[in-house]
Ligand binder design. Structure first.
Ligand code: ZN
Ligand code: ZN
Length: 165
């Protein structure tokens, strides 16, 4: 995923790019194309990219183990500068020094990293997924079982969920 920056005028430029998950070397749970929108702003000091990306991933619900596919969004920005002595003017996570004669900015690595960061720690098929019965394994979203479900004090729920992981 490259953006040509040689002979680019100062001001704003807009790009739409895409690449397959294989091209970006994303893990196998990802599928299809990663679509990226880039707003580029060039000044005499730097090039600023504001990047929005969407990506599709095969997921498995942490509660009911159902498999589902979902689209995830993420966005980030990155400054590109030529003069390393100006680097301290920027937050170090969002600045990249490039050579003066560099013709392209390759955003593949950043897009891959931010695609991975778009995935939440907790995967739920829906926010109120009822999960599986811990005794008989019935999917409580679809059926009621006759097992006695222990009553959980709601104050302990977070701790209990944490212990499950
Ligand atoms: Zn679920
Ligand atoms: Zn049950």
């Amino acid at each position: 995923m490259k953006i040509k920056i040689s002979s680019l005028s100062e001001g704003r430029h807009f790009y739409k790019l895409d690449a397959t998950v294989e091209e970006l070397e994303l893990p196998v749970e990802f599928f299809g194309k990663v679509k990226v929108q880039v707003l580029l702003e060039k000044t005499k000091d730097h090039i600023l990219l504001r990047v929005t990306l969407n990506v599709h991933r095969h997921c498995e619900c942490d509660r009911c183990l159902r498999k589902y596919d979902r689209e995830f969004l993420n966005e980030y920005h990155m400054f590109y500068i030529h003069d390393i002595s100006n680097k301290h003017l920027y937050d170090e996570d969002v600045v990249t020094v490039i050579r003066k004669d560099q013709d392209y900015i390759d955003i593949s690595n950043d897009v891959r990293d931010y695609a991975m960061l778009a995935i939440p720690m907790k995967n739920l098929c829906k926010d109120d997924c009822k999960g599986l019965c811990p005794k008989c394994g019935a999917d409580l979203n679809f059926e009621k079982c006759t097992c006695e479900i222990e009553k959980v004090d709601p104050r302990w729920l977070t701790l209990k969920e944490l212990l499950k992981q």
